[in-house]
Ligand binder design. Structure first.
Ligand SMILES: Cc1cc2nc3c(=O)[nH]c(=O)nc-3n(C[C@H](O)[C@H](O)[C@H](O)COP(=O)(O)OP(=O)(O)OC[C@H]3O[C@@H](n4cnc5c(N)ncnc54)[C@H](O)[C@@H]3O)c2cc1C
Length: 385
């Protein structure tokens, strides 16, 4: 029978980062199992690639404080590019309540050591982007080290580096079951046969709950469709712009190639494995786009280029990390609630630490364990886009 020190289920950006961190820490016999014919066919290949440290909870901020410098030095560290572009995130507040919220978050971010974040008066935002309809913008918050990466490049960079250090990637191989013995996990059943191992990491993204069911673990991770609309080339708004977030309704956009990528969280969306793009979404998002950026009334959009993917939502919008209670050797790296690309480097480090040493200094990992749901210790992240 094939053996591995650690088996990772799912070859998206999270599984790839964990493989990379494990091999870098001296654990080379890592097997990543991906059911698709290629990596990136889950959420990673659908992502908007935004990376930010402007969160509301200490643990989310701490994960970004590891991840963003990691992305900034990705090529130096791993030898492959991830196309990190520090163009920033600009949150535009349209009420005093928004501004108070940004102020509280700012204080938290600064206290944890974030350097490049600042609060802006409305006039400064109007000066920076006169193209915005800014009559109702009372101020905002901007962090210049936030920005974007290319999720596909980051994922393949992590995996290639892991493979150079001994890891193996199986494609076209689905995990169909997990077997246990008196000590915990004993083997992984796959469409390519069994693999004997004592340690397994669930990195199955939006499909993580079905993997957890193999060992009767109830994982509160629900798929939620997210749609993105890219524009055709458009020069009436600067391409050096950050991710701009309209806090009045959650509409946000960023430059992409010679055009812009538009996003909005439709409150009418319901959980489910829906990955088809709904053409009716185009009008909904363009209405919001033109409302905040009047020149976007002329934005050329080809709805055939738009796409949909899945967020993997938890009830408190934080990931579930660490060993599952009652199943020794079954580790979880799930439920990123739309932040899995930006938090993949930290997740790789945290899981590698927990698997190899049982502890991590990066965060207080007990905060993100699965037991928080049964124990009523939820910590709500509200800065979710
Ligand atoms: C439209 C959209 C925009 C987003 N924008 C951002 C953003 O701006 N910033 C950000 O940080 N995040 C963003 N996200 C979220 C981000 O994409 C995810 O959090 C991240 O990709 C999760 O990575 P993952 O590796 O856990 O999951 P995935 O990339 O989904 O990988 C999981 C893999 O597991 C495989 N798998 C599942 N079950 C099995 C099995 N039984 N056997 C073998 N393989 C299996 C799947 O095939 C898949 O390849 C966005 C997501 C979407 C959909």
């Amino acid at each position: 029978m094939q053996t591995a020190d650690v088996v990772i289920i799912g070859g998206g950006i999270v599984g790839s980062s964990i493989a990379c961190h494990l091999t870098a820490a001296g654990c080379p016999n890592v097997l990543v199992i991906e059911r698709e014919s290629a990596q990136g066919k889950g959420s990673t290949g659908k992502s908007m690639g935004g990376v930010r440290a402007q969160f509301s909870t200490p643990v989310s901020i701490q994960m970004s404080l590891y991840s963003i410098p990691f992305y900034a030095s990705f090529e130096e560290r791993l030898g492959y590019p991830c196309d990190y572009r520090p163009q920033g995130y600009l949150f535009c507040a349209t009420s005093d309540a928004h501004m108070a919220y940004l102020r509280t978050n700012y204080a938290q971010q600064i206290s944890l050591g974030l350097k490049n974040v600042r609060l802006l008066p409305g006039d400064e935002i109007r000066g920076m982007f006169p193209q915005l309809r800014a009559d109702d913008i009372v101020g905002g918050s901007f962090c210049s080290s936030d920005g974007f990466v290319d999720p596909y490049s980051a994922m393949t960079g992590f995996m290639t580096r892991a493979a150079e250090h001994g890891a193996t990637l199986w494609k076209n191989a689905a995990v169909t079951g997990l077997l246990r013995d008196a000590h915990g996990i004993a083997s992984v059943e796959t469409t390519r046969g069994s693999v004997a191992t004592r340690r397994v990491v669930n990195c199955a993204g939006a499909w993580a709950a079905s993997v957890a069911r193999f060992v009767s673990v109830d994982l509160p991770v629900e798929p939620l469709r997210r749609m993105l609309v890219p524009s055709e080339p458009f020069d009436e708004f600067p391409h050096t712009a950050p991710m701009i977030v309209d806090m009045s309704n959650g509409f946000h956009f960023r430059p992409e190639a010679r055009g812009f990528l538009l996003a909005w969280n439709d409150p009418e969306e319901t959980p489910g494995f829906k990955t088809d793009f709904d053409p009716a979404f185009v009008e909904k998002i363009l209405t919001r786009a033109a409302d905040r950026v009047p020149c976007f009334a002329n934005l050329p959009v080809n709805s055939k280029r738009a796409w949909a993917g899945l967020y993997e939502m938890t009830p408190d919008h934080h990931p579930i990390l660490g060993e599952a209670p009652g199943v020794p050797g079954f580790f979880l790296a799930n439920g990123f609630s739309g932040h899995g690309v930006m938090h993949a480097p930290a997740t790789g480090k945290i899981l590698s630490d927990l698997i190899l040493t049982g502890k991590t200094h990066l965060i207080d990992a007990s905060l993100l364990g699965l037991s928080r749901f049964a124990e009523g210790r939820l910590i709500h992240e509200t800065a979710v886009l």
